[in-house]
Ligand binder design. Structure first.
Ligand SMILES: O=C(O)CCC(=O)C(=O)O
Ligand SMILES: [Fe+2]
Length: 356
C-alpha cells in the first residue's frame, strides 16, 4: 500500500499558532488561541503548533546530536545504558509501550525503536529536598557538542511546554498561574527516538512495531519529528490515522494527567509508530519528545469545573510519582498496567477497526 495515505475527510490534527503567547499578543489574540486550543484538545488531543519560536539553529543542533549518537556502534551505545532510571540508552526491543496500557503485545518486548533520554535532575533544585531516585542523573555520551546542543533544545522545548500550560489555563478558565504550582520542579524528560532497521532484517509478518500504542504519561508532550510516515493517532472514529508534522510545526499532545484534570473532556490520545515498509525496507525516522510531567509530589485531581457528579466519572486523585511508576513498570519491566483500564479498552476496540 502506498504511503502516506491522505487523511480522510473528518480527521485532521488542528493547527494552532501560539505566537500571541510567545510574542506578546493582545488579550483578544490570546483569547482566540485559547479557544482554538480548547477545540483541538477536546476533539483530537494532538495539535500542530506553529509560532513556537524555537530558532532553526537550535533545531539543527538537535538533529546533529541525534545523528551523532545513533550512528555510534551498538556496543558504544550500550555503554550508556542506565538501569533503574529513565535515563541514557534504550536499545531496540527493550521496551513495549503497549504494556504501559495493560495491552499484551504478541511478543512482549516488541518495539524496535532505540532511544536516548536526558532529563531534569533533582539536584538542580537546590532549595528543595528531592530524591534523585524520582528524577535520575543524566549520562552524557562522549560526543563533542552533544550536551550543549541537547541542553539548548531542552531549554527551548521546556519553554514551549510551559507556554502551552499557560494557554491551557486560559482555555480551562483557570487562574493564569494554575499550572505553575504543579510544575515548578517538574519531572521533565527528553526522549530522542530513532527508528531504523538494518537492510535485510525486516520481515513482512505484520508484527513490525516502531513504538507500541500508548498514551503519554504526563501533562503535555512537545514532539519534534521528521516528516516521514510512521506516527499514527487513534481518532474518535476508532481508526488509526497517519500524522506528520506540518512545515515548521511541532506536534503537541496531551498526556494522562491532563485528561485526569479535565475528566477526559481533553484527550490523552492513543498513538503508536508503525513505519510503512517499502521494497522490504523502512525509511529511517527520528523523533524527539519532551515530556512535561509535573512535580513528582503534585497531586492531580479532577478540576471542580469538570466533575460529573451524575455519572461519577472523576478519576481518583493521584500523585504524579505513583502514576509514572505504574506506567514505567509496564513499558520497561513487562508488567501490564492494570490501572489503565479505559485506555486498554480503546486500543482493543480500535484493533477491530484497523487503520485507514
Ligand atoms: O516517534 C514518534 O513520533 C512518537 C514518539 C512517542 O510517542 C513517544 O516518544 O512517546
Ligand atoms: Fe508518545
Amino acid at each position: 500500500m502506498p504511503h502516506p495515505t491522505p487523511a480522510p475527510a473528518g480527521f485532521a490534527v488542528p493547527v494552532v499558532d501560539i505566537s500571541a503567547y510567545t510574542h506578546g499578543g493582545t488579550a483578544e489574540a490570546k483569547a482566540l488561541v485559547s479557544r482554538q486550543m480548547d477545540a483541538a484538545c477536546s476533539t483530537v488531543g494532538f495539535v500542530q503548533v506553529l509560532g513556537h519560536g524555537i530558532p532553526d539553529d537550535i533545531l539543527d543542533g538537535l538533529k546533529e546530536a541525534v545523528d551523532a549518537f545513533f550512528s555510534l556502534p551498538p556496543d558504544a551505545k550500550k555503554s550508556y545504558r542506565v538501569e533503574g532510571a529513565n535515563r541514557g540508552y534504550s536499545p531496540p526491543k527493550s521496551e513495549s509501550l503497549s504494556l504501559s496500557l495493560g495491552v499484551e503485545s504478541a511478543s512482549r518486548m516488541n518495539d524496535f525503536f532505540e532511544a536516548f533520554n536526558i532529563g531534569t535532575e533533582a539536584r538542580s533544585f537546590t532549595h528543595l529536598d528531592l530524591s534523585e531516585d524520582d528524577y535520575g542523573i543524566n549520562v552524557w555520551p562522549d560526543i563533542e557538542g552533544f550536551r550543549s546542543k541537547t541542553d539548548a533544545y531542552y531549554a527551548e522545548a521546556g519553554r514551549v511546554a510551559r507556554t502551552l500550560t499557560t494557554v491551557f489555563a486560559d482555555a480551562l478558565r483557570l487562574p493564569h498561574d494554575f499550572f505553575a504550582a504543579l510544575t515548578d520542579h517538574s519531572v521533565d524528560v527528553l526522549r530522542m527516538n530513532n527508528y531504523a532497521l538494518p537492510k535485510g532484517t525486516v520481515t513482512l509478518d505484520g508484527e513490525l512495531t516502531g513504538m507500541g500504542e500508548h498514551t503519554d504519561f504526563g501533562l503535555v508532550t512537545v514532539l519534534w519529528a521528521d516528516q516521514v510516515a510512521g506516527l499514527q493517532v487513534l481518532g474518535l472514529d476508532g481508526v488509526w490515522h497517519d500524522v506528520a508534522p506540518a512545515d515548521g510545526a511541532l506536534l503537541v499532545n496531551l498526556g494522562d494527567l491532563t485528561a485526569r484534570l479535565t475528566n477526559d473532556r481533553w484527550m490523552s490520545t492513543l498513538h503508536r509508530v508503525k513505519p510503512p515498509i517499502v521494497d522490504g525496507t523502512i525509511q529511517r525516522r527520528r523523533s524527539v519528545a519532551y515530556f512535561h510531567d509535573g512535580n513528582i509530589d503534585a497531586v492531580i485531581s479532577t478540576l471542580p469545573s469538570h466533575l460529573d457528579a451524575d455519572h461519577g466519572l472523576a478519576y481518583e486523585p493521584i500523585v504524579v510519582r505513583d502514576h509514572i511508576k505504574a506506567k514505567l513498570a509496564g513499558s520497561r519491566q513487562g508488567k501490564a498496567n492494570t490501572a489503565a483500564v479505559r485506555d486498554a479498552a480503546r486500543v482493543l476496540a480500535a484493533a477491530k477497526g484497523g487503520s485507514e
